[in-house]
Design a protein around this ligand. Structure first.
Ligand SMILES: *Cc1c(COP(=O)(O)O)cnc(C)c1O
Length: 364
């Protein structure tokens, strides 16, 4: 099979490791001698039970998840978690504090406000979301049921570089765009959730990692399928789960393990993002990253060119150079290179070489 794959900088769904796609293709019509593909299997079958258990065991190994945490494989993306988190956790004082560092964090906060008393612990909106707040800038209530953060802000390209101290209040983190990109101390969190389509696998799957003591009774009107407890008690099989995406996540985790685990992923992320930020910072202002250096994301690198005409030209020419999806999010403009785990370092080298050429050919 001739391989004409391009470097795909999409923010999500995004590039998957080629080895994963090839293995999925090889097993597409007949999974390990079962005589059928994974998509065709009963989720209650013995073969599929092996697949989902193996995926969970790998995730536990790769992320070093403590035994007192449940792993749930749900649908509805990260967005449904914006609703499920408050419906399940705003049940004691009915209060929750949200740190608003970007548009997904803001969506999560607005959704939660339907279900209880939501405090904004910090908002970076007036500054244009260019940084993550310091610990001493957070206004946290001691009696909140939880504190919510968005670990990596996919659209503006910022990332928390510390775990905030919430003084014992459970910390809930949206890790959609950085999960598996670095080691995480899961025990510091009450809930971690992520839509799979950035760093984990196909769209249509959300992974929730929840400390067992938080699996209480949800708010009264919570649909049964949206209760963490129901999903936990039924091993994510209260109804039919996204069997295919869970299987592909297993393949991705196998690939992560074979490539040095989260430590290996962190080193690669450091190299990729370092190449880009160093080039941007050394471009005499031709390319500009607007964010506070200490808050820069290693997964989503955003930058501006001297004007919008040049940005449009840059995007257009990048496609001819074998790269795709470099256009920034429609809400912020500019350029965004999403460089998740599956992006080879060569992809970023290719991009940087193009940026250098473009700057020379289009002086200001
Ligand atoms: C992409 C993304 C979402 C939305 O995910 P869906 O799976 O499309 O619902 C939420 N939060 C973050 C941080 C994201 O990057």
């Amino acid at each position: 099979m001739e391989n004409k794959r391009i470097f795909n900088f999409s923010a999500g769904p995004s590039e998957l490791p080629l080895a994963v796609l090839e293995k999925a293709a090889e097993q597409m019509t007949n999974y390990e001698g079962s005589g059928m593909g994974v998509m065709e299997m009963s989720h209650r079958s013995k073969v599929y039970d092996g697949i989902i258990k193996d995926t969970e065991a790998r995730l536990r190994r790769v992320m070093n998840i403590p035994d007192n945490y449940k792993v749930l494989f749900l649908q509805g993306g990260a967005t449904l978690q914006f609703s499920m988190v408050p419906m399940n956790l705003m049940t004691k004082s009915g209060k929750a504090d949200y740190v608003v560092t970007g548009s997904f964090a803001s969506k999560a906060q607005k959704e939660a406000a339907k279900y209880g008393d939501v405090g904004v612990a910090f908002s970076g909106k007036s500054e244009g979301f260019v940084r993550i707040p310091r610990q001493d800038e957070l206004t946290l209530r001691a009696d909140a049921d939880y504190v919510h953060i968005c670990e990596n802000n996919t659209i503006v390209g910022t990332k928390w570089n510390y775990v905030p101290d919430t003084a014992g209040v459970p910390l809930v983190s949206d890790m959609s765009s950085c999960i598996l990109s670095e080691p995480v101390d899961v025990s510091r969190y009450g809930v971690i959730y992520a839509g799979a389509q950035k760093n984990m696998g196909p769209a249509g799957l959300a992974v929730v990692i929840i400390r067992e003591d938080l699996l209480g009774e949800a708010q009264k009107a919570t649909p049964v399928l949206m209760e963490y407890k129901t999903n936990a008690e039924n091993d994510s099989m209260y109804n039919t789960p996204n069997t295919w995406a869970i299987y592909v996540l297993g393949l991705v985790l196998e690939w992560v393990e074979a490539n040095g685990g989260t430590q290996g992923m962190q080193e690669l992320a450091q190299r990729r993002s370092g190449l880009l930020y160093d080039f941007i910072d050394g471009s005499n202002g031709y390319y500009k990253n607007p964010n506070d250096k200490a808050s820069r994301s290693k997964m989503n690198v955003v930058f501006r060119l001297p004007n919008e005409e040049l940005e449009a030209k840059f995007v257009k020419e990048s496609v001819a150079q074998g790269m795709s999806n470099l256009k920034g999010h429609r809400s912020v403009g500019g350029i965004r290179a999403s460089i998740y785990n599956a992006m080879p370092v060569e992809g970023v080298e290719h991009l940087v070489a193009f940026m250098k050429r473009f700057m020379e050919e289009n002086p200001i």
